[in-house]
Design a protein around this ligand. Structure first.
Ligand code: WT7
Length: 637
């Protein structure tokens, strides 16, 4: 019998053809560029910055920072003195300077097969300028926070870029979240306006988004915070036919759409209820009809806020992670280009929702900064059947595909047949993000989905890091299934033990970073103390990810999961009686967020038998909670 190889001895090399024309073609080249990025960050990021338009140039050091709480306040500043506009850089510059006006920015694929829309860079720019004027006409000015609660439609991208154009700060709330979560986020960031939609379908299920938004606004009022304006996109209801995108929308022929003359969404199913309060509610389409399509961007300082995004947070109330203009722009652009080895004729598809950081960085900002063509998908991987993903891959000839291990494991259950129904021969690079990918799922993704041809980029990062921090580069890095491999340029990882000592060579401990990269978060909105205590207090001088990590004999990094989720099983003598379990409960599954974080406060409440769990809308699968309560009763008897 041949003994099983340890996963760390399993090494896969990217296909030879990947190397031709690749941005980083070999591992030696990666090492050379990595060293340069650490030794001379000003040169490395200065070269990236040359691709962008700066209204005024930066003065002084490229990155200035303090990571040591014992030496004073934590801060990170990138390109101080420079001014720019990220919306201008991802749209105007592509349309006017790079002549990409007619290039497709998004192929929108609706929940229902056949609902679709193609949007070019010129159309997107036109729409964003108009919506930016709408926001200004509603009194939104630079620095104001705008809450966005929308399904995966092109107008969501339009709304976020319109905010960026006028220097307003977007705060996007995932459309699967409850009224309570939306209210908490609106109040925390004191938003002056909400942009939402009538509703949307998730598979067969109608979500009455406007009803939930109204409930959230009522809750805000109850808490003494009133938000005066709500702009509503009619995505499913009648008026949607006067589509907001520049007319006429470039639509592919689709008999159903033409038959029903309803614009882009089929009318074969019930439309949502849309309660309307004329004092507060304004129709997106009506407002868009009244404004010009020219809009001078607001020139922003490098460190002006760009957006707030709340982390799901396994403990306590969600944190408003704040990202700023210049550093985030450079970092998402550079990581997108190099990690997906972007080429001009690529069709890229990231299946995440824009309500998460993955969508912010790798559906909107990173791809658009590179003039990429992306698929924007409203639906589910299992609707109307489990082949949907591969059908879309073939339909748009997707070459770079980015998804989460949960999606891969879900589809894996149905075997290879639904995958093999489609050719998938356009695929070149596959990506994953969100949690460690187990080697079985990696193998299935590699062999069944990618036919053994496509490198897998296992990208480790966080809402807080803004973009990929540990990741293979598809042509350069030999892959090991389950390992996020090596740091991206400018990122310096270390592994610490409990006493905060840096471990060398083969080791396991806390994953930390020793210096900033341009895209790292700047603060927790409205609570800088919480920023310092969460990420910098435990080990002064380091950014603490909260993840555990192992380094193998070849220097590969393996993320082992959130440290606070691990149970120390050395029980009583070493840890002390206080940490001895009261009882041990059988748990078929744990209450995890969509990114795999265990919600410890929920576990605590289950343990104490408390039924009121508070806001659990971030749970990936809420049925787990019922199961745990059930098992608890069984244990008690
Ligand atoms: C946490 C961040 C980054 C966008 C999605 C989640 C886990 C993320 C990986 C990976 C192992 C991963 C970590 C991290 N994680 N990617 N490739 N391998 N773990 O964003 O909600 O901020 O969660 O997700 O535990 O800390 P998030």
């Amino acid at each position: 019998m041949i003994p099983d190889k340890a996963p760390e001895d399993d090494v896969f090399h990217g296909a030879e053809e990947m190397r031709r024309g690749a941005h980083v073609p070999t591992f030696d080249k990666y090492k050379e560029m990595y060293t340069q990025s650490i030794e001379d960050p000003d040169k490395f990021w200065g070269d990236v910055a040359k691709d962008f338009f700066w209204k005024s140039k930066h003065t002084g050091r490229f990155l200035d920072y303090n990571f040591d709480v014992t030496k004073g306040e934590i801060f990170i500043k990138c390109m101080e003195g420079a001014s720019t506009n990220i919306c201008y850089n991802v749209l105007d510059r592509n349309v006017h300077d790079r002549k990409l006006g007619d290039k497709v920015a998004f192929y929108w694929e609706g929940n229902e097969p056949g609902d679709e829309l193609t949007v070019t860079y010129r159309e997107l720019l036109n729409c964003v300028c108009r919506f930016a004027n709408v926001l200004r006409s509603q009194g939104v000015t630079k620095g104001d926070r705008v809450a966005i609660y929308m399904p995966m439609v092109v107008e969501l991208v339009v709304a976020m870029l319109a905010c960026a154009r006028i220097g307003a700060v977007h705060s996007i709330v995932f459309a699967g979240f409850s009224a309570e979560s939306l209210c908490d986020r609106i109040v925390d960031s004191q938003c002056s306006l909400l942009v939402t939609a009538d509703g949307f379908y998730r598979g067969d299920k109608l979500i009455n988004l406007k009803l939930i938004a109204d409930e959230a606004l009522q809750k805000c009022t109850d808490k003494g915070f009133s938000l005066g304006r709500c702009i509503v996109l009619k995505h499913l209801s009648k008026e949607a036919q006067e589509t907001s995108l520049s007319s006429p929308p470039a639509k592919r022929p689709c008999p159903d759409l033409q038959e029903t003359e309803t614009g882009r969404v089929r009318k074969t199913r019930p439309v949502p209820q849309v309660p309307w309060n004329p004092e507060v509610d304004k129709c997106w389409h009506t407002l868009m009809g009244d404004v010009s399509d020219e809009c001078e961007p607001e020139w922003c300082a490098s460190e002006d806020p760009l957006f707030i995004l709340y982390t799901s947070g396994s403990t306590g109330k969600p944190k408003g992670v704040l990202h700023t203009v210049s550093g985030y722009m450079l970092y998402t652009a550079a990581t997108f280009k190099l990690v997906f080895d972007h080429r001009p004729d690529d069709v890229y598809w990231c299946t995440a929702d824009i309500g998460w950081i993955t969508g912010h960085s790798y559906i909107t900002y990173g791809p658009l900064a590179n003039g990429a063509t992306s698929v924007l998908f409203e639906g589910l991987p299992t609707y109307p059947d489990v082949s949907r993903m591969w059908e879309i891959v073939d339909k748009y000839h997707v070459s770079k595909f980015y998804t989460a291990p949960t999606a891969i494991r879900l589809l894996m259950k149905y075997g290879s047949e639904p995958v093999h129904k489609y050719k998938r021969d356009s695929l070149k690079v596959l990506g994953t993000v969100g949690e460690p990918i187990n080697p079985e799922a990696w193998q299935w993704y590699f062999t069944v989905v990618g036919d053994g041809r496509c490198p897998i980029v296992d990208t480790f990062w966080q809402t807080e890091t803004g973009g990929h921090v540990m990741t293979p580069l598809p042509a350069a890095t030999p892959m090991k299934p389950g390992s996020a491999t090596f740091p991206f340029f400018g990122v310096v990882p270390a592994i610490l033990n409990e006493s905060g000592e840096e471990l060398e060579g083969t080791s396991e401990g806390y994953l930390v970073f020793k210096q900033p990269w341009p895209g790292v978060m700047r603060t927790v909105y409205g609570n800088h103390g919480r920023f310092e205590s969460t990420y910098f207090k435990k080990f002064p001088g380091y950014y603490v990810t909260g993840d555990g990590c192992r380094r193998d004999k070849d220097g590969y990094y393996w993320i082992t999961g959130r440290i606070d989720d691990m149970l120390n099983v050395s029980v009583r003598e070493k840890i002390g009686a206080i940490a001895t379990p009261d009882f041990i409960q059988d748990a078929p599954a744990l209450p995890k967020t969509r990114s795999g974080k265990i919600m410890r406060r929920v576990l605590r409440k289950i343990a104490s038998g408390e039924r009121d769990l508070g806001d659990i809308s971030t749970l990936a699968d809420s049925s787990v909670v019922e199961q745990l309560f059930h098992n608890r009763c069984c244990t008690a008897v």
